[in-house]
Write a protein that binds this ligand. Sequence first.
Ligand code: ADP
Ligand code: MG
Length: 619
Amino acid sequence: MSQHQFQTEVSQLLHLIIHSLYSNREIFLRELVSNASDALDKLKYLTVANDAYKGIVFDPRIDISFSKQEKTLTVSDNGIGMNETDLIESLGTIARSGTRAFLEQLSAEARKDSNLIGQFGVGFYSAFMVADRIEVITRKAGEEAAWKWSSDGKETYTIEPAQRDSQGTTVILHLNEEGLEFANRWTIEEIIKKYSNHVAFPIYLTYEEKEYDKDGKEKGSKAKTERINAATAIWRQSKNELKEEDYHEFYKQIAHDSDDPLFYVHTKAEGTLEYITLFYVPKKAPFDMYHADYKPGVKLYVKRVFITDDDKELLPTWLRFIRGIIDSEDLPLNVSREILQQNRILQNIRNASVKKLLAEFKALADNNKEKWETFISQYNRPLKEGLYQDYSNREALLELVRFKSSAVEGWTSLADYVSRMKSDQKAIYYITGGDEKTLKASPLLEAYRAKGIEVLIMDDEIDDIVIPAVGRYKDYDLKAVNRAGADEELGTEKDKDQEKALKPVLEKIKKALGSQVKDVKLSRRLQESPSCIVADEHDPSIQFAQLLKAMGQTEIPDIQPILEVNGNHPLVQSLKDRDDEEYIADVATVLLDQALLVEGVKLKDPADFVKRLNRLLVK
Ligand code: ADP
Ligand code: MG
C-alpha cells in the first residue's frame, strides 16, 4: 500500500465543495454517473477504433446499489477503468484545466456564495460531501491488475492492489450522517430521473424488497434490480431512426405539455463545434411568456449530462417560447452560469440556433399554410420583439412578421405589401394606435383609400415601439399615416391654391385652440371627414403617450398633436366669413375633439365638447 498527498489545489477544491455545496448535495450522484458514462464512452470508442480492444465484449451498464446497515452507496460501471498511474493523475490532482481556471477565477468573496458554486459540475470530489471515506476499485480495460484507491478526502489517499473480475470502476461511498438520506431507493431514482435520465447507457438500481408469506408475515427480503433511466438520449439518435411519435413523446416529457408540439427542429452540427440541438415550438404560447419571471424552456446538456434548465441566455429572450435541448461536446462540465453567458462556444451555438430557427420559420411560412397560421397567431409578437432586440437578424425577422391591412383580409407580410404597391409608390404606410376597427375607420385613411394606396393596420401596442425603430424595409421607408410628412405622396397643386385661400381660417382655428395643438394645417389626406390629428414627425403618438401613462409613467408630457382640417368641408368653409369668437371657438374645439375621438383618445372635457356641439347644431 502506498500513501499519497493530494495536490494542493485538490485540497482547496475539496474544502470549497464541502463547505459551499451542502445545500445541493444530491449532485454528487450526477457527477459519479457522468464519470461512469464517460468511462463507457471511452471504452466504446476503443472497441470500435482499436484492434487491441476488439476482444472486449461491450455490454455497457451502470449499477447503483446501497446498504442502509453498512451505510454505503455504490456506483459501478464496466467502462474503461483506471490503472495505478491513471488513479494518481485523475484522483490525486486536478487534471481538468477548466476546474483549475475556475478556482483561480473565483474571488474569495465569490467562494463564500454557495449559490454560485452550486451551479457547477464539480466532479468526483463532490462525493466527499456525503461520504467520510471513498473507495474506488478499478481495473483498466486490457490490463490484468486491479487497484483500490481510498481516501477520507482530507490530505492523503492510498493506493493498493485489489481484485476485480473485469474492466471497469466501482466507487464505494461510506456515507456520513448527511449522506444517509441517499441510501434510499426512491431518492436515488428521483435524482437519476432529474439529472441523468438521458445518459445514453442503462442505469440499474439494486434494492432489497421485502418478501411476505401467505399470511402476510415478513419472511425476509430479496435483491431486485431495475433499470431507472430512459437511457435514450433521443436527440443523439439520427433523424431516420426516429419516428414522429418519439419526438412528440419526448416533447411532452420536457415541456410538461399534454398536447403535441406544432413542429420540431433537430440539428446535428459537426466540424469546429460539435453539438446537437432539438427544438420544439409549442402549439400554444407558454402561459408565462409575458411574465417577467417566465421559466426558460431550453435545457443545456454537455455530453448528455444535464447542466441547467434555468438559463435565460441559451436563446435570445424573443425566442423564449422554444422548448428543447442543446447538447454540446465542447463545453466543460464544470461551466458556471456566469461563465456560461460569456462563453464563446455557447454564443456560437446560440447564434447558429437562431439562424436555424429563423430558416425553419421561413420554410413554414412558405410551405405549410396551416401550421404557419397557428404559429403566427401565437408568436407574431415575440417576433416583433426580435425586430427590436436582435439587430443582426432583423432582415430575416422582417420577412416573418405579419400585419393586418386596409387592402386584404387576414395577415399580410411586408413582401406581399410591396408586391401590391403601385409602381410610383415611394413608401410603406401604416397606422397605429388603437384596435383594428378604430384604425380601419380612421379618417386618416380616406385619401390613401381614394388613391388606392394600401395602409398596414398595426393594432398591437408593441408596433408603436418597434416599427418606428425599424424604419425601413428593403428600399422603402415605413411611414406612419398619423404623422406629419407621411402625406407627401398625396399632395397636388390644387392643394397649394386652397392653402393660400384658407390661410386666415387656419389662423383663426389655431388662435382659438392655443396650446392644445402644435399646429393647424390644411389636410391632403381627408376626403369626407372635416378633420384629423397627426403627430409631429418625431413625437410619439397621442395614443402611445396615453398607453405609457396608463402603465404608470407619469413624467410623460402632454403631446400636442397637429390638427389637419379638410378644406372642402362646410364646417371649415363656414369659418371663412365668420368673426365672432364664440362660434370660431366652438367649431375649432369640435374639429379637434372629434378628431381625437375617432382615434380612440379620451377627451379631457367631454361635457364641454357636447355643449359646443349642441350649440353648433342649433345654429
Ligand atoms: P471530469 O469527469 O470532469 O474529468 P472528475 O473529477 O469527475 O472530473 O473525474 C476526474 C477523472 O477521474 C476523470 O477525468 C477520469 O479520468 C477519472 N475517473 C473518474 N471516475 C471514473 C470512472 N468511473 N471510470 C474511469 N475513470 C474515472
Ligand atoms: Mg466527472
